[in-house]
Design a binder for this molecule. Structure first.
Ligand code: AMP
Length: 186
């Protein structure tokens, strides 16, 4: 099973992607995790990406597309995958489509977790207070949400037009959301 998970920051996308990937026995690939790792290790990519991440901006497409392309061409994803946090722009979605075509990979579904802006701000502000996450101050949250709505949301229509978009109501308990996703992708 080859899936893309979409949803605004704080939609529960990461948590659900990990659990669903584990259940399906497929690879979970989070570009956010890969970038945080790169920042931690002070790699060239990490150094270039850090400033954007702190502000809640997207890192430039050319920094991230190559990372995914390496994974696609290396065969690491051959037993199925969930892409979590990629694609984030129309440019990335189009590059991904091309990579898949070249490598004979079929994307089965794009799973979208629907959560309203008000709920997102409430959730992330709560999480930031609990975890003391520097990238989650209210201004940064609002900026991340704005970036999602401007740059990532158009991808929803892109996958809707390809008839592979599956929309899940994400304002529910994590347990219920998980079961709704599993039912929808079976
Ligand atoms: P995430 O954990 O998915 O919310 O990602 C954390 C941060 O990493 C984002 O706010 C972006 O700065 C950056 N990032 C992650 N994935 C991408 C992507 N596909 N394109 C651009 N930036 C990304």
């Amino acid at each position: 099973m080859n899936l893309v998970f979409l949803g605004p920051p704080g939609s529960g996308k990461g948590t659900q992607a990990i659990r669903v990937a584990e259940n399906l026995g497929v690879t979970h690939l989070s570009t956010g995790d890969m970038l945080r790792e790169a920042v931690k290790n002070r790699t060239e990519l990490g150094v270039q990406a850090e400033g954007y991440m702190k502000k809640g901006e997207l890192v430039p497409d050319e920094l991230i597309v190559g990372l995914i392309e390496n994974k696609v061409t290396s065969g690491d994803l051959n037993d199925g995958f969930i892409l979590d946090g990629f694609p984030r722009t129309m440019e990335q979605a189009k590059s991904l489509k091309e990579m898949f075509e070249k490598n004979n990979i079929q994307l089965d579904k794009a799973v979208l977790l629907q959560v309203s802006d008000e709920e997102i701000v409430k959730r992330i502000a709560g999480r930031a207070a609990e975890e003391g996450r520097a990238d989650d101050t209210e201004d940064v949250v609002r900026n991340r949400l704005d970036v999602y709505n401007r740059q990532t949301k158009p991808i929803e229509s892109f996958y809707r037009e390809e008839s592979i978009l599956t929309e899940i109501q994400g304002e529910d308990t994590p347990e219920n959301v998980y079961h709704k996703i599993m039912a929808a992708i079976k």
